[in-house]
Design a protein around this ligand. Structure first.
Ligand SMILES: Nc1ncnc2c1ncn2[C@@H]1O[C@H](COP(=O)(O)OP(=O)(O)OP(=O)(O)O)[C@@H](O)[C@H]1O
Ligand SMILES: [Mg+2]
Length: 322
């Protein structure tokens, strides 16, 4: 049975006509039931919620007009199985989902669930994708705040914009991704802009500290150097992403190639060829190889063909770096 707290929360959200909140709590009840071993009931509840959501169609957000072009919203359907990361990292992503679903239970003991997370790592290793997976798993919309635009296009009014964004975070439960977060604290900053950037960073720190919404806040960055200690302290968790090791490279290629994977695939050479490439680069190489196979009326991608695509990715990649 649902806990008394959950029942009261359900009734409150129904009376206040807050459908999203109602769904969120219903899903928490489902998670609770699943944990009690009532798997069939949990499944029924999830299906009821999914059906109700589908019938209502995508939500029209009440966005303040002046945040358009700055916040991009979607309802991602990226499954967790598509995200190839080491198990220890995957466990930590799953813990965020689990704590979110069980937040009432934690609250009863005076504890808060993890809801402010920082993702750090090189380009193309799955940070943005993780935000999509979190939104999908929690059946929440994903709102991506384009931080680079915030600080370039809206220089001088950035703090005011940030305030509006945090008001939205309070009003509209969702996953909020502050992408390319390095733009705050930035490198290529003109002398005059440094002071402004400090102010923006301080404003962000204050907002994130004060935030007690139902939303999940995710910030992603490539360069941990730019972020100072004060910032790290504000997050409940910091997740580190890295270029894929051999086993993960293989898993990723198997996932993306799917039925295109030729039998008797010469893995050793392919794995050597893909060393030090990011997930995104490997993903692109696999898709390139699939496209070439389709255009040549073939149904399989051979190891040789994939190596060719990987070599091409590597030269693009070296061209950029070199
Ligand atoms: N860990 C991963 N597992 C599976 N696919 C991945 C992974 N990382 C990246 N990809 C693929 O590469 C694409 C781009 O990755 P993503 O946008 O998540 O990278 P990122 O870490 O956010 O990079 P950036 O720092 O440049 O923003 C994804 O949409 C996906 O197709
Ligand atoms: Mg990204």
């Amino acid at each position: 049975m649902a806990t008394a707290e959950q029942l009261k929360a359900l009734i409150r959200s129904h009376l206040s006509d807050d459908a999203e909140r109602f769904y969120t709590i219903a899903l928490q009840v489902a998670a609770h039931e699943a944990q009690q071993g009532h798997g069939a009931l949990a499944l029924d509840i999830r299906e009821l919620v999914d059906k109700a959501r589908r019938e209502r169609g995508p939500r029209i957000l009440k966005f303040p007009v002046d945040l358009r072009g700055l916040v991009f919203s979607e309802e991602p359907d990226t499954p967790r199985s598509a995200l190839v990361i080491p198990e220890s990292l995957s466990d930590r992503v799953q813990r965020i989902v689990h704590e979110y679903r069980q937040q009432q239970k934690l609250k009863l003991h005076g504890l808060a669930h993890r809801r402010k997370v920082l993702l750090v790592g090189p380009p193309g290793t799955g940070k943005t994708m993780t935000a999509r997976v979190l939104a999908h798993e929690l059946r929440l919309p994903l709102h991506t705040v384009q931080v680079d635009k915030l600080v370039t296009k809206f220089m001088g009014e950035t703090s005011a914009k940030l305030r509006q964004i945090f008001e939205l975070i309070q009003q509209e439960p969702g996953v909020y991704l502050f992408d390319e977060f390095d733009a705050i604290g930035g490198e290529r900053m003109l002398e005059n802009d440094v002071a402004e950037m400090r102010r923006v960073l301080n404003a962000f720190l204050q907002f994130i500290e004060q935030d007690s919404s139902d939303s999940l806040i995710v910030a992603a960055t490539n360069s941990p150097k730019l972020l100072d200690r004060a910032l790290y302290r504000r997050f409940d968790d910091v997740l580190y992403y890295a270029l894929p090791e051999e086993a993960d490279r293989k898993r990723l290629m198997q996932n993306v190639l799917g039925t295109f994977l030729a039998p008797k695939f010469a893995w050793a050479a392919v794995l050597r060829q893909s060393a030090r490439l990011s997930h995104a680069e490997i993903d692109t190489a696999c898709r390139d190889a699939i496209k070439r196979a389709i255009l040549a009326d073939k149904t399989k991608v051979t190891a040789g063909a994939l190596r060719q695509s990987l070599a091409e990715r590597r030269s693009v990649h070296q061209g950029i770096r070199g």
